[in-house]
Ligand binder design. Sequence first.
Ligand code: HEC
Length: 113
Amino acid sequence: MKQRLIRAVILLMMMAISLMGIQPAMAANSGDGAKLFTVHCAGCHANGGNIIRRGKTLKLKALAKNHRDTQEAIAQLITQGKNPMPAYNDRLTVPEIEAVAAYVLEQAEMGWK
Ligand code: HEC
């Protein structure tokens, strides 16, 4: 009797663990961000640079100085644009903007290597 109860408990625990393993994937991951960056941003920001405004690169130092060193601030800039950087709200979805913003920040933190 007691053994059966223990077996049931173990079974339940195993079910719970396997359920945790199949959490839905996060809506945006930086793998998509990398692809989006290559397509939409690398033309001006190859390797985290900036071919138009030299002081406004995507390097961590410049981002921090310009108060763009959070995912929210970067996502906002991508959404709205800032002359001469185009706005992407009509080209990218919100999860895509989040993904590319996360990618930029991740690369900035790793030094764009
Ligand atoms: C046509 C060229 C161009 C393209 C394409 C472009 N940008 Fe920019 N980006 C700029 C310019 C110019 C600035 C500086 C804007 C300003 O005056 O603040 C800038 C600024 C930024 C900054 C702030 C940098 C800082 O140090 O303040 C981020 C972050 C950024 N861009 C990300 C992106 C992302 C992500 C994409 C693609 C979705 C993208 N940009 C596409 C030209 C571009």
